[in-house]
Design a protein around this ligand. Structure first.
Ligand SMILES: Nc1nc2c(ncn2[C@@H]2O[C@H](COP(=O)(O)OP(=O)(O)O)[C@@H](O)[C@H]2O)c(=O)[nH]1
Ligand SMILES: [Mg+2]
Length: 213
């Protein structure tokens, strides 16, 4: 598309315009517009959703963490994560640019059951979801699995391996959760950027396979 800005105007150096070399190729190459995708990160309470978004986001993740109080004790089970002092009240939000032209917007679901009403809004426009699982509390991810199965949103299952917990084979987890063969199941570490990126790329590939354009 022709730019409405004339060449003469463009050649004026403004202190407010970033130098060309500071720009990413998709910001200068008008034939390559970045593809923005929305990804939902789901899973039970304390499974590592906030950790995952924080590990990869290039913007300061928007978090709505609140200190846990005695009032939340009866709602949020801390048996497996006694060191957890905060909880995500609404959701996590982060952004990750891959390969200069694929921008992933990550939306972490609030883990608590009382926020179920937000899910229909959260998944609108999403290409897929990562369902995080903790092998010590596998059943916590059933609600998320059921939800994505029923609404038809492509998803992958990522087992967030916690230190000190038994390391399972992806196939054992698949069997325990009765995940269909076409759904990728992987072991990852939500604290490690590379590990999270591998999981997200696997979701993007899977979503493209499931919903070819
Ligand atoms: N050892 C270990 N701890 C983790 C891992 N992922 C998250 N955590 C810790 O587990 C707790 C719960 O994680 P958080 O991201 O807040 O869970 P959320 O409720 O799903 O957002 C935090 O104290 C994290 O530091 C992991 O892969 N390994
Ligand atoms: Mg959280």
């Amino acid at each position: 598309m022709d730019s409405v800005v004339s060449d003469a105007a463009r050649s004026v150096v403004s202190p407010f315009v970033e130098a060309e070399e500071d720009l990413r190729s998709w910001q200068t190459d008008r034939t390559r517009a970045p593809i923005a995708t929305k990804i939902v990160v789901a899973g039970g309470f304390g499974v590592g959703k906030t950790t995952l978004v924080t590990a990869v986001s290039e913007i300061t993740p928007l978090q709505t963490e609140a200190l846990m109080t005695e009032a939340s004790e009866e709602h949020d089970d801390l048996t497996a994560t006694p060191q957890k002092l905060t909880t995500t009240v609404a959701m996590d939000f982060g952004r990750l640019t891959l390969d200069d032209d694929l921008v992933l917007y990550l939306f972490g679901t609030p883990g608590q059951q009382r926020f179920w009403f937000m899910w229909d809004d959260l998944v609108r426009g999403a290409i897929g979801a990562v369902v995080l699982a903790d092998t010590r509390r596998l059943k916590d991810c059933f609600p998320a699995l059921d939800y994505f199965e029923s609404c038809g949103l492509p998803y992958v299952v990522a087992v967030n391996h916690f230190d000190g917990s038994e390391l399972f084979d992806p196939d054992d987890v698949r069997e325990a959760l009765t995940i269909p063969a076409r759904i990728p199941v992987m072991i990852m570490d939500a604290r490690r950027r590379i590990s999270v990126i591998e999981t997200l790329l696997s979701l993007v590939r899977h979503a493209l396979d499931e919903t070819p354009e």
